[in-house]
Design a protein around this ligand. Structure first.
Ligand code: HEC
Length: 127
């Protein structure tokens, strides 16, 4: 085998490994308790707790796994496996009307945090 062909094969091999490891990072299994609760506690619970403004208005509590999946008085805001159909993801990602963006009255969440919420929902919103 000529050394040129060999190095082409080697380059292809290295790229395949790099691609595979990028893919892995995205599909790291996420869970409510390890990955999502800290985000909700930091950005959402001040309004979405018993007696909070967000809970009073929409019925949505975000202080436990059960409550988060139960949703608002109108229904669920997380559709396991379908971030695009999940109101919770649509609001934090700014895909809905900006006046409805969550958290209310403050800066949008960092992009990686929003992506983590998306991946968690798409992986089935595991506890
Ligand atoms: C400053 C208070 C405040 C914070 C912080 C806040 N919310 Fe809200 N949230 C509200 C209020 C008030 C409503 C009721 C609907 C409205 O007025 O837009 C609401 C409603 C919602 C709804 C239901 C919307 C609907 O149309 O059914 C979702 C989902 C939601 N919030 C998610 C979140 C998430 C996720 C966070 C954290 C990233 C968050 N909220 C942070 C105040 C807040």
């Amino acid at each position: 085998m000529s050394s040129k062909v060999f190095s082409l094969i080697a380059i292809a091999g290295v790229s395949a490994v790099l691609l595979a490891s990028c893919g892995e990072k995205e599909t790291k299994p996420l869970s409510y308790h390890t990955d999502i609760k800290p985000i909700l506690d930091q950005y959402c619970v001040e309004c979405h707790k018993e007696g909070g403004k967000g809970t009073e208005k929409s019925g949505l509590l975000l202080d436990s796994y059960e409550a988060t999946l139960r949703g608002t008085k109108f229904g669920p805001v997380v559709v396991a496996g379908q971030s695009v159909n999940s109101t919770l993801y649509r609001l934090v990602s700014g895909k809905a009307d900006p006046s409805l963006r969550m958290p209310h009255n403050s800066d949008p969440l960092p992009e990686e945090t929003v992506n983590m919420i998306r991946d968690w929902i798409d992986q089935g919103a595991k506890e």
